[in-house]
Design a protein around this ligand. Structure first.
Ligand code: WT7
Length: 653
């Protein structure tokens, strides 16, 4: 009999709490009070304690040009040195990265190995590719150690990396290259997936033409499949790296020098280049690793994300390495060869902290309910989730079957823009509730506000999830578009008359003050824990010459969390036979423009779309229809109210 109910509270494991960094709620509250009473004192203390400064900072927080903020001004440091050099004295032979390939090949990279590999890589970029401080480098890589080396090599020489997830198409890659004006792309021939090679280099080839700002491409040879080489542009990493020195002086960087860009979807068709800077980001990456996962010196930690997303940046590479931990990196697919793969890996590598997305938990549960029991999972101490709310059945299975009812589940709420966790349980302190991200982390002033009044929302009322003071790891800007930064994040909610950071998510408090995230309030949907802008998908579909109009909405999906539902109005309505063809064509266009991750789960060819008289598409109605809900909205003001019934019959007949 299960004892997990949605409203139940689970206290931290007492044994675990004894040695946790934050041991109980009193300690949590004391930290949060310290931050509230002396915000700059709190952050200044941690910045001094946690980071190795080449030159100390003179000012903790400069808000004079808010919402453009500066943290730790005057301070100088290098993020790659934070992640590597400072560990060489005590952790030289400790595993920094344990890599497991798709086919089960394992490679252990010590901190000394990491130092050498990153230094060589940095020298290669400097000497052969003329990459300089401030240059943008696009990384389009599979999940192999060289992806981490590439990131850290950029950080070492002060170049700004912009990782593009390997599932994005050539068009999407091209847009991101152009927006960032990158001069170099680092890629691989490909990698392995389900024991078969797959390719990345051809996508890069298709993304670069003569007008591209990219002049050189570095290719890591991973699967040794045949690829096309463009002379004078493409170079083999495996060849060039051989002659490089394993010592490259780390560039002295300002606290506020940019570290990386990461493109994410917003409510328009064009993705935003979220900019993160050096000191504040790495500080919070390290602090949250320590607090939220409570990784200890001899622990082995595994986050299943891809380096192409923010989770991979902060919680596979930067956070774990900044604290000197051992981080596992996995090339393959977690359900291959069967849904026991992750549990086999937990057993073999004696994983202590395991971090994944609810969508993965649902898939693993569905495909291998009893797989966890076949393995020794006793090493596990903390389980994490990220990316979307976790539903009670998935939570229960994760807690009981994977965690043996003894591990805390940290439901970490954050986003690309926050750089690291902002609302999350602390595994040794916070009593947890299934599906609830619980409380703001110490130092984060996260509040649910009523957007109309700017007041803190009442218990049970859905409000806007805001962060009302700047925090060190926050987004510093949208690349090349100051106005979009201000408008996207500081345009909707004011507190005491001052604009505050709005996450785009709705949330509510329960009677204990715990925060439950209710989902996006904008036209962004969350597909398998990845953000997808409906406008982006619409823009792709509109490229089809026979599409007159399109509206894309999210629809609850059993495994993905949300699926993509497209209402399409064709120019010529030739009947069902052609629609089958149109679906194929449209899917091809989506694959070409964005990638497989944006393929629609449903496409409906509608006779028209519900619009107001001023021409605004009523997405709320379309969302209700997609969900099969009764239409409660007032439709009398629509241009053509009858269209609602027509579409509803088509979808829910
Ligand atoms: C959006 C951010 C954060 C890294 C992965 C996704 C949703 C994230 C949770 C959570 C409920 C969550 C929000 C957020 N989200 N974590 N624990 N509970 N929702 O990063 O692509 O920037 O997406 O994911 O809607 O805004 P991202």
């Amino acid at each position: 009999m299960s004892n997990v109910e949605a409203k139940q509270v689970f206290n931290p494991n007492k044994e675990f709490a004894k040695t946790a960094r934050i041991k109980n709620m009193c300690e949590y509250q004391a930290l949060q009070d310290e931050a509230m009473e002396d915000y700059e004192g709190f952050w200044g203390r941690y910045a001094k304690e946690k980071l190795d400064w080449i030159e100390p900072f003179t000012n903790v927080l400069d808000e004079s040009n808010a919402p453009f903020v500066k943290w730790f001004d005057g301070g100088k440091l290098n993020v790659s040195a934070q992640c590597i050099d400072r560990h060489l004295e005590s952790r030289k032979n400790k595993a920094a990265i344990i890599f497991e390939g798709d086919r089960g090949d394992v490679q252990t990279i010590t901190y000394l190995d990491l130092f050498k590999n990153v230094n060589k890589f940095a020298n290669l970029l400097k000497e052969d590719f003329e990459v300089k401080k401030g240059d943008r480098v696009v990384i389009y890589m599979p999940m192999i150690p060289e992806a981490a080396y590439a990131m850290l090599a950029c950080a070492r020489i002060g170049a700004i990396h912009s990782i593009v997830f390997g599932g994005f198409s050539a068009e999407a890659l091209k847009d991101r290259i152009e927006d960032a004006q990158a001069k170099v792309v680092i890629t691989a021939d490909g990698a392995f997936r389900k024991e078969k090679p797959y390719m990345l280099k051809p996508v890069v080839d298709a993304a670069i033409d003569d007008n591209s700002p990219v002049k050189k491409v570095l290719v890591v040879e991973r699967n040794n499949e045949e690829v096309t080489w463009t002379a004078g542009r493409d170079y083999s990493y495996n060849e060039l790296i051989k002659s490089k020195s394993s010592k490259c002086e780390a560039e002295v960087m300002d606290a506020e020098d940019p570290l990386f860009l990461l493109y994410t979807s917003g409510s328009t068709g064009k993705p935003k280049g979220v900019q993160h800077n050096s000191a504040g980001y790495i500080l919070w990456a390290q602090m949250t690793m320590e607090w939220v996962f409570d990784v200890k010196e001899n622990d082995t930690y595994w986050c299943t994300a891809d380096v192409g997303w923010i989770t991979g940046h902060t919680y596979i590479v930067y956070g774990p390495l900044a604290m000197g931990a051992t981080t596992v990196m996995f090339e393959g697919v977690i359900t291959h060869p069967d849904a026991g793969r992750p549990w086999k890996m937990v057993e073999e590598h004696k994983i202590n902290q395991f971090y994944t997305a609810p969508t993965a938990i649902r898939v693993l549960h569905k495909m291998g309910e009893h797989e966890p029991a076949k393995y020794d999972l006793s090493s596990l101490k903390v389980l994490g989730t990220v990316g979307e709310p976790i539903d009670p059945p998935a939570w229960k299975w994760y807690y009981e079957e994977v965690g043996g009812s003894k591990c805390a589940i940290v439901d970490t709420y954050w986003q690309t823009e926050t750089g690291g966790h902002v609302v999350s349980p602390l595994p040794g302190a916070t009593p947890i509730k299934p599906g609830c991200a619980t409380l703001p982390l110490p130092g984060i002033i996260a509040e649910i506000l009523d957007p109309a009044s700017g007041e803190v929302a009442e218990v049970g009322e859905t409000g806007y999830m805001c962060i009302t003071r700047p925090w060190p790891a926050q987004i510093r800007g949208v690349w090349g578009d100051e106005e979009r930064y201000v408008k996207s994040y500081y345009g909707d909610v004011k507190k005491d008359g001052k604009p505050v950071y709005f996450t785009g998510d709705g949330a509510r408090y329960d009677e204990d003050g715990y925060i439950t995230i209710t989902g996006r309030t904008d036209d962004v949907i969350n597909v398998s824990g990845h953000r997808m802008g409906t406008a982006e998908v619409e823009a792709a579909i509109k490229k089809h010459p026979n599409v007159a109009e399109v509206a894309v909405v999210g629809k609850p999906h059993e495994l993905k969390g949300e699926g993509i539902f497209a209402y399409i109005v064709l120019k010529s309505d030739d009947g069902v036979a052609d629609e089958v063809e149109e679906v194929k064509t449209i899917n091809k266009i989506i694959q070409r423009e964005i990638g497989n991750i944006a393929l629609c789960d449903d496409m409906v060819f509608a006779p028209g779309l519900p619009k107001t008289r001023s021409g605004k598409i009523m997405r709320r109605i379309l969302r209700s229809i997609a969900k099969g809900e009764a239409i409660t909205q007032d439709i009398s003001t629509l241009e053509d109210p009858s269209i609602v019934e027509k579409i509803n019959t088509m979808v829910n007949k």
